[in-house]
Design a protein around this ligand. Structure first.
Ligand code: SAM
Length: 217
């Protein structure tokens, strides 16, 4: 069994406790926040829902889902029902979805303005985007050559307001200094006390979460 990690035991270390953001120890800290955000907006999972890479959150949080589609740019993903590039908005179906679940993907798209526009275009009028993006994170171990960006509340607000329009976008951050440090050190949520995870301090975000609505015609 993995020895519990305490922040004190990080003293003198130069390597993290995990190379996999804590996934091999328990629940990655960013996932706790992503799930809190999606749970708070579970009413948006309805009708035709699009998610990237798999449909884990649509299955978990969806209630009135008519169809669950999976988007990927990677043709080797056997679960993908739509192959398209978020960096190339015209490669995606237009006005086709009631909800787009875009978790932890924006950092891979070199042109995030194009991705915000793509997210707008795939939604039907009235459709809802639920997006999260890393504010801090280790570099992706599997595809480091694709891992381009980290985000702030300001960059996400500007990106998505440009695409969806002013008043259509809510942005907030999750996390705090201890959780951000623990996440980078490869600690899992189970290594922390629940009280560590409860405080959100916008000065030290772990993730940025965006809810945006495509205006009705
Ligand atoms: C780390 S996963 C994130 C999605 C996953 N549901 C999650 O919450 O972790 C990143 C996925 O985004 C895909 N991806 C990367 N760049 C993309 C792009 N330009 N367009 C569409 N998908 C892309 C990758 O192939 C991969 O399946």
């Amino acid at each position: 069994m993995t020895r519990p990690a305490w922040l004190g035991t990080a003293h003198g270390r130069t390597l993290p406790f995990s190379d996999f953001s804590g996934q091999d120890r328990g629940t990655p800290i960013d996932r706790v926040y992503i799930e809190q955000f999606l749970l708070a907006h579970r009413d948006a999972f309805r009708g035709r829902v699009l998610e990237v890479q798999n449909s884990q959150y649509t299955e978990r949080f969806g209630k009135d889902v008519e169809a669950a589609d999976i988007l990927d740019v990677d043709p080797a993903n056997p679960r993908a029902t739509i192959l398209g590039d978020l960096g190339l908005p015209s490669s995606l179906p237009e006005a086709a979805f009631d909800c787009f679940v875009l978790t932890q993907t924006l950092q891979y798209i070199f042109d995030p303005k194009a991705a915000a526009l793509a997210a707008y275009r795939v939604l039907r009028p009235g459709g809802v985007l639920l997006a999260t993006a890393p504010a801090v994170s280790k570099v992706d171990a599997k595809t480091p050559e694709l891992d381009c960006w980290r985000f702030t509340e300001v960059s996400c607000a500007r990106l998505f307001e440009e695409a969806f329009g002013e008043g259509q976008v809510e942005v907030r951050s999750y996390g705090n200094a201890i959780c951000a440090a623990a996440f980078l050190l490869g600690m899992a949520a189970e290594d922390l006390r629940p009280s560590h995870l409860e405080l959100d301090d916008e000065r030290f975000p772990v993730i940025i979460a965006v809810r945006a609505v495509r205006p009705s015609d």
